[in-house]
Ligand binder design. Sequence first.
Ligand code: PLP
Length: 421
Amino acid sequence: MDHFLYHNGALYAEDVPVAEIAAQVGTPFYCYSTATLLRHYRLFDEALAGMNHVVCYAMKAASNQAILKTLAEAGAGMDVVSGGEYARAIAAGVPGDRIVFSGVGKTRDEMRAALEGGIRQFNLESEPEMEVLNEVALSLGVQAPVTVRVNPDVDAKTHAKIATGKSENKFGIPIARAREVYARAAQLPGLRVVGIDVHIGSQLTDLEPFRLAYRKVAELTRALREDGHDIHRLDLGGGLGIPYTRSNEAPPLPIEYGAMIREELGDLGCEIEIEPGRLIAGNAGIMVSKVVYVKSGEGRDFLILDGAMNDLVRPAMYEAHHDIIPIIEPEAAAEQRPYDIVGPVCETGDTFAKQRMMPPVAAGDLVAFRSAGAYGAVMSSEYNTRPLIPEVLVKGDQFAVIRSRPTFDEIINRDTIPSWL
Ligand SMILES: *Cc1c(COP(=O)(O)O)cnc(C)c1O
């Protein structure tokens, strides 16, 4: 459920007509709903009720300061994967002890910044990283709280580019080697083992892969405790999928996910951390774009939009589907026609949808890409020198621009000319 609905024939973001925002900020732009963000955060929080838990929002899904602040004020912690994200989380007022640091390539500088600014735990992904964190922590005279991310070798049954829990993926250490790696961690005076971490992929539409992975984590918890490690925290990653089409997909609900966690891990007495990103932000955002031209090609018609793959790369990168709807509600009886919906970028990959059935659309009409809140704005670029598009946050009947569109001068002036030119 989200808060982008038609009222009286027009698409609204909560209580604001999308056309009104477009008139003020121009197209294309991203628009987020506060109520949807909070609703999704609370669904996870409630799903884990009764267990000691923290929901650490995976902020790589959508990391605008206003989004982080909205979620942090509701009680969310953050999962960060870079020094930049760590700095963003701190800037949004998230306390260090609610920030977990994931990622396979943490640098010494990133480790130092997080140890100095405060951190809940590092999720370690390799032995070399473990040795380096130990050195950095000792150089600062502190102990770094750590989990080791284990790779349980389960098939997440999701898109290959976002599956992370198979043995051939670059993430974590093979679960079969975990005891050995934890033994080494226990020898390093700069580290303090607090638990285990696992994250098997994104956009999972079935609970079974999670269940298999968590079962292996439960087994490992017992084994590591036998080895003398103080395992009291389990970070279970993110990855719960969302319905990208309203018709045929019904991924498991957070409440079902929570019940499964309780079943598999509830008797271990561990604090549970989860790191959802997509399910919190995905359906909380739309991208609004204008039809620039309707072009008739040979045997097919194209809708050429002012938004492009640099603004929303998911279709080009993952063959992802987004529902695309006009912001004026079509008549129920309106006849639909197939269009290829494309952006203006000079790449054939700049195609949002092929042969998509759409009601009649004309140049100048606005359309909304649904479910664009996660991995949308954060993955955008200025390819073709197209300015990063604005982000807008709606709350009830209010809206605010939370990132403005840069001018061409601002873009150009980021370049510098060497003295010899
Ligand atoms: C990307 C990622 C997440 C979030 O995944 P979603 O599918 O957006 O929920 C959580 N944890 C880690 C370590 C990640 O890399």
